[in-house]
Design a protein around this ligand. Structure first.
Ligand code: PMP
Length: 367
């Protein structure tokens, strides 16, 4: 039988496994940071209307520049993120993963490097590898905050071409303040200058304001967002960035023509019409997230402060064994490979209750 390694694949892909959390059929699935609330029925109907309109023109290629959608996203950011931005500053793609891939294709690539501060979103390293970009693993403090001094030092020494700052960070939930972004940006400009990408996939869940206003006057700073989390639309695959218009022009050098289907654009526009309802669910999830932090601490867990729609908790001598015990109780959480810790996504109140009951059982068995 032919295996992957028998194929003439690129050397750096040999022996590697694809990204993917287990998709198991269990009663309570809290492992992929999805929004637990299905889209409201009026929005489902609006999507059907908008998609029907788009379907009548599916013989044609979609708007290659997605102007109406980028205008809607710019309006959303202007309303919610503290800076007036125009469509020329916004770019959209199939999930923020594709946005990040386009950025690495444009600013990374063979002979270049990217850095992230780990543990962090593992796709930053994987997309780097996929685009032939060298990966540098930067440090964090024991409490999972970014060690600014150490980070600036490694940037000065290694001179990466792309710097990732994930805020709120996945899987730890840790957000950074503007001062941290500014310090790393200054270090990156002095070293190279390089592109600094703030991955704000979970921004809407944060206790802190968005870092979007920092892009003003900083042409090498990019903010990446997604409709997968706050908009409850992970299945839609719609991510976007905000940056200087020159960055938007630059990623067009690598984007595939007509990369964003007319169906995707129509669906995303419908979702934007229902922003207020969807942000209401975000408020409910923030309350549940804060409850998870409180109750896990009351149970005796070591919990990392969270600004996202998930919570990192521990400590376990054997995190994988704890993951399995929770699964045996019908609750699927995530083992991200952070020693002694697991990550749970905030679900509905009922799902969270089931999760907390399972953790109580786990802690009883542990002691
Ligand atoms: N950034 C971070 C930090 C994430 O956790 C995720 C999803 N898990 C993404 C980006 C990608 O999300 P999507 O491609 O669905 O927009």
């Amino acid at each position: 039988m032919t295996g992957i390694d028998d194929l003439p694949i690129r050397d750096e892909l040999r022996g590697k496994s694809p990204y993917g959390a287990p998709q198991l059929d269990v009663p309570v699935r809290l492992n992929t940071n999805e929004n637990p609330y299905p889209l409201p029925e009026p929005l489902v109907e609006r999507i059907a209307e908008r998609v029907a309109e788009a379907a009548r023109q599916l013989n044609r290629y979609p708007d290659r520049d997605a102007v109406e959608l980028r205008t809607g996203l710019a309006h959303y950011l202007t309303r919610t993120a503290g800076l007036a931005v125009g469509p020329e500053q916004v770019w959209a793609a199939n999930g923020s993963n594709e946005v990040l891939q386009q950025l690495l294709q444009t600013f990374g690539g063979p002979g270049r490097t990217a850095i992230g501060f780990e543990p962090s979103y593992s796709m930053h390293a994987l997309i780097s590898r996929g685009t032939g970009t060298g990966w540098i693993s930067g440090p964090r403090n024991d409490d999972f905050t970014i060690d600014v001094e150490a980070a600036c030092q490694v940037i000065a020494e290694r001179k990466p071409d792309v710097v990732f700052i994930t805020s709120p960070n996945n899987p730890t939930g840790t957000a950074v303040g503007a001062e941290t972004v500014l310090a790393l940006y200054e270090a990156a400009q002095a070293a190279k200058p390089s592109l600094v990408v703030v991955d704000e996939a979970y921004a809407e869940f944060s206790h802190r304001p968005s870092l979007l206003p920092l892009i003003e006057g900083r042409p090498h700073l990019v903010l990446s967002r997604t409709m997968s989390k706050a908009f409850g639309a992970a299945g839609l695959r719609l991510g976007y960035l905000a940056a200087d218009p020159a960055v938007v022009d630059a990623v067009q050098l690598v984007r595939l023509p007509y990369h964003l289907s007319a169906v995707t654009q129509a669906t995303a526009l419908a979702a934007l019409e229902h922003t207020d309802t969807l942000l209401g669910y975000v408020d409910a999830l923030k309350t549940e997230r804060d409850r998870l932090v409180r109750e896990l601490r009351a149970i005796g867990c070591d919990v990392t402060d969270s600004d996202a729609n998930f919570v990192q908790f521990g400590r376990f001598e054997d995190a994988h064994a704890a993951w399995q015990t929770l699964l045996d109780h019908g609750v699927l959480v995530r083992d991200n490979g952070v020693p002694g810790r697991l990550r749970v996504t905030a679900g509905t109140p009922t799902e969270n209750d089931a999760f907390l009951d399972a953790v109580r059982e786990l802690m009883k068995e542990k002691s």
